[in-house]
Design a protein around this ligand. Structure first.
Ligand SMILES: Cc1cc2nc3c(=O)[nH]c(=O)nc-3n(C[C@H](O)[C@H](O)[C@H](O)COP(=O)(O)O)c2cc1C
Length: 181
């Protein structure tokens, strides 16, 4: 999992906890701005995330996940800034996060990117297209409202449920459309 300096770190925090609850081994890399924005928006730091996942320094390119020979089921970057999206779309791999993303793409593993920006400029859109053409799933931080949420965590759960679905991980975070009699 990558956590970057886009707004919406609640999605990342909710996903880390959900994966932990579901017994999924999770590795987390946060960018410097990812850490700062998460602290600012959620009051959560890496110390708290350590309870749920293995935390890697974004500078440590010697980490296991920097190599394709280390087997993983996939990667989610949530929230994903336009800065990180741009570097990955253009083949940059100078941090553990961008290198791991490049590994996931070359190994053709499940790659989910949850971008957050509004509005998107043409460069953002082109970068997303490049990533989609390379096999990534672009899943905008754009929760639905048809489950009639009244609390912020319900919006976060909506996005996390969709991410878990894409990863093929069974969960009961949300009632599915059509489930109610
Ligand atoms: C409070 C806050 C919210 C931000 N929200 C966004 C955002 O939603 N999307 C985005 O692309 N950048 C956003 N930024 C700007 C990024 O943090 C900035 O571009 C940074 O360089 C991203 O670095 P990273 O990709 O290494 O995390 C935000 C910055 C701050 C301080």
């Amino acid at each position: 999992m990558g956590i970057t300096g886009a707004s919406g770190s609640i999605y990342g925090y909710t996903l880390v906890r959900a994966l932990h609850q579901l017994g999924v081994e999770t590795h987390v890399i946060a960018t410097e701005m990812g850490e700062k924005v998460m602290q600012f928006e959620c009051g959560i730091g890496m110390k708290e995330l350590k309870e749920y996942a293995t935390i890697h320094s974004n500078q440590n390119l010697f980490a296991s996940i920097a190599s394709g020979s280390y087997l993983t089921d996939g990667m989610v970057i949530v929230p994903c800034s336009m800065n990180t999206l741009g570097s990955i779309a253009n083949g940059v791999g100078d941090t553990l996060l961008s290198r791991s993303a490049s590994v996931i793409l070359k190994e053709k593993r499940n790659f989910i990117i949850v971008p957050r920006e509004a509005p998107f400029n043409l460069i953002h859109l082109r970068n997303m297209t490049r990533l989609a053409e390379s096999g990534a799933c672009i899943m905008p931080a754009s929760p639905g409202f048809y489950h009639k949420p009244t609390e912020i965590w319900e919006l976060a759960n909506f996005m996390v449920a969709r991410i878990l679905d894409m990863l093929g991980i069974d969960h009961r975070l949300l009632e599915r459309w059509g489930e109610k009699a």
